[in-house]
Design a protein around this ligand. Structure first.
Ligand SMILES: Nc1nc2c(ncn2[C@@H]2O[C@H](COP(=O)(O)OP(=O)(O)OP(=O)(O)O)[C@@H](O)[C@H]2O)c(=O)[nH]1
Ligand SMILES: [Mg+2]
Length: 440
C-alpha cells in the first residue's frame, strides 16, 4: 500500500531550513479552508511540518474551479495546494557521524525520509558550522553533507563486515539479501538494494569486495534511498552568483533549484498585511499603485506602502523575481515531488458531479491524496533485470487500499462513469479521478 510520502529538510545550521519550513507551513494557519482540529497530521511532532505542494487541480478539466473546495489545503483557479509532510532534520555539522552536533540523532531521523531537500547557503556568508563568515565556498557543503551520511552507514557496516561475510557464505545468501539485512534499519527495501547494485555492476562475489567497493556500494545505496534536491538558498545575496555557477558545473541540473526563502516569507507577510497581491510560485507582485494603473480605482483594496517598503519590494523584484522568475521556494517542493514520482489522485463519491460525502452536491473535489511510486518486493529473477523493472507506479487498486483501507470494494468508477480495473496504473491526469463503490 502506498505510504504517505515524507520529505526531509537537511543542511548545516543557518542555511535557511526553518525559514523555508515557515514558508511551507504558514498556510496551515492562514488558510481558512483547512480545518485545524481535523487535519491529517494533527499528531505531528515539533520537527514535522506541513508543506503545500502545488499541483494542477482536476477541477480545471471540468471548469469547476468555483465549486472546488479542498478539505485540506486550498485551490485558487485550478492551482491546488496539497498538504505533504516535511521533517526538519536540524543539527547536522561536519563530524556528525562521530556524534558532533546532534550527530546520530540527526542521522536516525533521516531514515524516515523518502527524499531530501538539502538547503545550501550559497551566499558564502556562513561556514561549515553555520558561523558567520565571508567568501566560504558552499560547494563544500554538498560534499561533506553527503560524506557524513556515507561515513555513518559505512562505519556501521565495516564494524561487522567480517561476520557479515561469514554469514553470507554460510547461508549462501544473495548480495541483495545480505545487504538488505544490513540496510533495512535505514528504511531500505530489497528493491532499493537491487537497484543500487544494478547500477554498479560489480563483478566480484561479495566476500571478495575491497574496502573501496564497499564504499561505492554505500554511496550508490544513499543515492537510491535518498534522492536529493539541492535548494540553493539566499540567491538574493550579491555573492551568490559565482557560487551558484560553481555548483552548477559539478551537479546534475535536475537536482538544483535556486531559491530565496527569506523573500518568500517577506512577500507572504506583505500579503497578510494587505500591502500586495502575490501569486505563490510566480514572479507577479502587484501593489495598490499597480492595480490602479491597471484600471482598478480601488487598487484592489490594498494599503499604500511607505517609501522604505516600496524600495524593499522593488529590490526584491530586481534581485530575485525578475532575475530568477520566482522565489523558488514552491519549486523546491515540486522538484522533490518529481523525484519521488508523486501522483495526485482525486477520490470522489459521485463520479459525475465530483462531489464527496461532505459539503453537499454543489461542492467538488474535496479530497486529494498523493501516491508514491511503489517498491515491489522483487522476485529473484527481477533482481537480475534492469532497475526500473521493479519500480512501478501505484495502481487503481493500491489507491483504493490507501483511501478505503480494508473496506470491501465492489467496483471502481473512473472519469465519465466507466468502470476501471484495479490493475490500471495511475499517472498524472490518467485514472486520477476515482470513485470507490463499497460492497461485496
Ligand atoms: N539573505 C537571505 N538570508 C536568509 C534566507 N533564508 C534564511 N536566511 C537567514 O539565514 C539565517 C538562518 O536561517 P534559519 O532558517 O534559521 O536557518 P536553519 O537552517 O533553520 O538553521 P538551524 O536551525 O540553526 O539549523 C536567518 O538569519 C535567516 O534570516 C534567504 O533566502 N536570504
Ligand atoms: Mg532551524
Amino acid at each position: 500500500m502506498p505510504r504517505d510520502p515524507l520529505i526531509g529538510l537537511v543542511g548545516k545550521p543557518s542555511s535557511g531550513k526553518s525559514t523555508t519550513l515557515n514558508r511551507y507551513s504558514s498556510t496551515v494557519l492562514t488558510d481558512a479552508s483547512s480545518k485545524v482540529g481535523n487535519f491529517p497530521f494533527t499528531t505531528i511532532d515539533p520537527q514535522r511540518a506541513i508543506g503545500y505542494l502545488q499541483i494542477d487541480c482536476a477541477c480545471t478539466r471540468y471548469k469547476l474551479e468555483d465549486k472546488c473546495r479542498p478539505n485540506y489545503g486550498s485551490c485558487h483557479e485550478g492551482r491546488r495546494s496539497v498538504p505533504i509532510e516535511l521533517l526538519d532534520v536540524a543539527g547536522l555539522v561536519p563530524g556528525a557521524h562521530e556524534g558532533k552536533g546532534l550527530g546520530n540523532k540527526f542521522l536516525d531521523d533521516l531514515r524516515h525520509a523518502d527524499a531530501l531537500i538539502h538547503v545550501v547557503d550559497v551566499s558564502g556568508t556562513t561556514d561549515a558550522e553555520g558561523k558567520e563568515t565571508r567568501g566560504y565556498d558552499p560547494s563544500q557543503d554538498i560534499v561533506w553533507l553527503k560524506s557524513e551520511i556515507v561515513r555513518w552507514i559505512l562505519g556501521n557496516l565495516m564494524g561487522k563486515w567480517g561476520s557479515i561475510k561469514r554469514r553470507h557464505i554460510a547461508i549462501k545468501a544473495t548480495p541483495v539479501e545480505t545487504l538488505q539485512n544490513q540496510f533495512s534499519g535505514y528504511g531500505s527495501t530489497s528493491n532499493i538494494v537491487a537497484r543500487c547494485l544494478d547500477r554498479l555492476d560489480i563483478k566480484e562475489p561479495l566476500p571478495e569486495w575491497s574496502d573501496e567497493t564497499i564504499e561505492r556500494v554505500v554511496v550508490s545505496f544513499i543515492d537510491e534511498k535518498f534522492p536529493t534536491v539541492l535548494a540553493l538558498n539566499k540567491i538574493d545575496h550579491p555573492d551568490s552568483d559565482k557560487n551558484i555557477s560553481k555548483i552548477a558545473k559539478s551537479q546534475d541540473p535536475q537536482s538544483i533549484v535556486l531559491c530565496s526563502a527569506i523573500s518568500e516569507v517577506f512577500l507572504r507577510r506583505l500579503v497578510k498585511q494587505g500591502y500586495i497581491q502575490y501569486t505563490e510560485g510566480s514572479e507577479f507582485v502587484d501593489t495598490r499603485e499597480d492595480l490602479i494603473e491597471m484600471g482598478d480605482p480601488d487598487g484592489g483594496g490594498l494599503k499604500e506602502m511607505d517609501e522604505k517598503l516600496k524600495t524593499r519590494v522593488e529590490n526584491l523584484k530586481d534581485l530575485v523575481l525578475y532575475r530568477f522568475g520566482s522565489t523558488g521556494v514552491v519549486q523546491v517542493l515540486s522538484r522533490a515531488a518529481d523525484l519521488l514520482g508523486l501522483v495526485p489522485i482525486f477520490p470522489v463519491r459521485n463520479i459525475h458531479t465530483f462531489a464527496s460525502g461532505t459539503g453537499g452536491a454543489n461542492v467538488a473535489f474535496r479530497d486529494c491524496v498523493l501516491v508514491n511510486k511503489l517498491d515491489l518486493p522483487p522476485s529473484s529473477s527481477d533482481i537480475k533485470r534492469a532497475a526500473n523493472y521493479i519500480y512501478r507506479n501505484s495502481t487503481v487498486g493500491d489507491v483504493a487500499r490507501k483511501v478505503m483501507g480494508d473496506v470491501p470494494i465492489a467496483y471502481i468508477e473512473g472519469a465519465g462513469g466507466t468502470r476501471v480495473s484495479e490493475d490500471e496504473i495511475v499517472s498524472l491526469g490518467k485514472h486520477d479521478i476515482l470513485s470507490f463503490k463499497v460492497g461485496r
